[in-house]
Design a protein around this ligand. Structure first.
Ligand SMILES: Nc1ncnc2c1ncn2[C@@H]1O[C@H](COP(=O)(O)OP(=O)(O)O)[C@@H](O)[C@H]1O
Ligand SMILES: [Mg+2]
Length: 265
């Protein structure tokens, strides 16, 4: 297993009651989740909005700290890793967001957006770095001319390609893709999914692919985990989950989502 999580739990305190009672409770956003992800596979994580998918993805990347449980990456315990070790893990594990530019400085040129992880983590000459950015842009199907332009000059699909190029800059092994096509039209989304499949083959990537849509997950995933109210209610090979779902919640997800035909690349 590349990644193994055991009994992972994240509890958020609930705010005070709006009725003024001060009755507080906790929300178990991720509730005792255990699963493994094998090198080279795509584990699809599907569930309705609010089921805890993003929280699980962020826990794995240690963007937030778990309440309890363990995460092992290549056999090493991530939660007790030293600072130096963690630095290595942070290079290896990257995230692709639904909207990669929601939180970025709109004044940054695409070249700087993609080069930023290289500036932080790697020592290389500006010329070498520039060459690497050009190479990354080619890998995601964009021309070198994109470098000098600004994110807002691009369409949603192109922006997602830029986000993917940035995520690949440090040659990661493992990528959490959190609803990467949910903000895109179906046709554009299918191009991005095809690109991700191609990049996976090219760079030997392992994906945790998060989506609320079963057809999207089904296309890319080798295995699927179904999440409901913080728990994994069902996990198994993609074909088994979609053809012979064991859990009623999985069946309702399959019924809720119309077929989406994605042409292969
Ligand atoms: N930082 C936070 N503080 C409090 N509650 C949170 C926080 N982040 C997420 N939640 C809650 O945890 C639950 C799961 O959220 P999330 O992981 O974003 O679900 P999903 O990605 O499946 O839509 C939701 O009820 C959400 O409101
Ligand atoms: Mg989410």
């Amino acid at each position: 297993m590349l990644l193994e999580i055991r009994n992972l739990t994240k509890v958020f305190p609930l705010g005070e009651s709006i009725f003024g009672g001060g009755a507080k409770g906790v929300l178990r956003a991720v509730d005792d989740v255990s699963l493994g992800i094998q090198a080279g596979e795509t584990l699809g994580l599907v569930g309705e909005s609010g089921s805890g998918k993003s929280t699980l993805g962020r826990l794995i990347l240690r963007l937030i700290e778990p309440t309890s449980g363990s995460i092992r990456y290549q056999g090493r315990d991530l939660l007790t890793a030293s600072h130096a070790e963690m630095r290595g893990f942070r290079r290896d594990m990257q995230i692709i967001f639904q909207d990669p530019f929601g939180s970025l400085d709109p004044r940054m040129r695409v070249e700087d957006v993609i080069a930023e992880p290289l500036v932080i983590h790697e020592r290389m000459s500006p010329a070498t770095r520039r060459g690497r950015v050009a190479e990354l842009l080619r890998a995601v199907g964009l021309g070198e001319s994109a470098m000098r332009r600004f994110p807002h000059e691009f369409s949603g699909g192109q922006r997602q390609r830029i986000g993917i190029a940035r995520a690949l800059a440090l040659r990661p092994k493992f990528i959490v893709a959190d609803e990467p096509v949910s903000a895109l039209d179906v046709g554009v989304g299918s191009q991005i999914v095809n690109l991700m499949a191609q990049l996976q083959r090219e760079f030997g990537l392992t994906y945790l692919f998060i989506s609320h849509s079963m057809p999207v997950v089904r296309y890319l995933a080798t295995r699927i985990a179904v999440m409901y109210r913080g728990k994994i209610v069902e996990i198994g090979p993609a074909e088994q989950i979609t053809e012979r779902p064991a859990h009623s919640y999985t069946r309702s997800l399959l019924e809720a989502t119309p077929e989406m035909v994605i042409s292969g690349a």
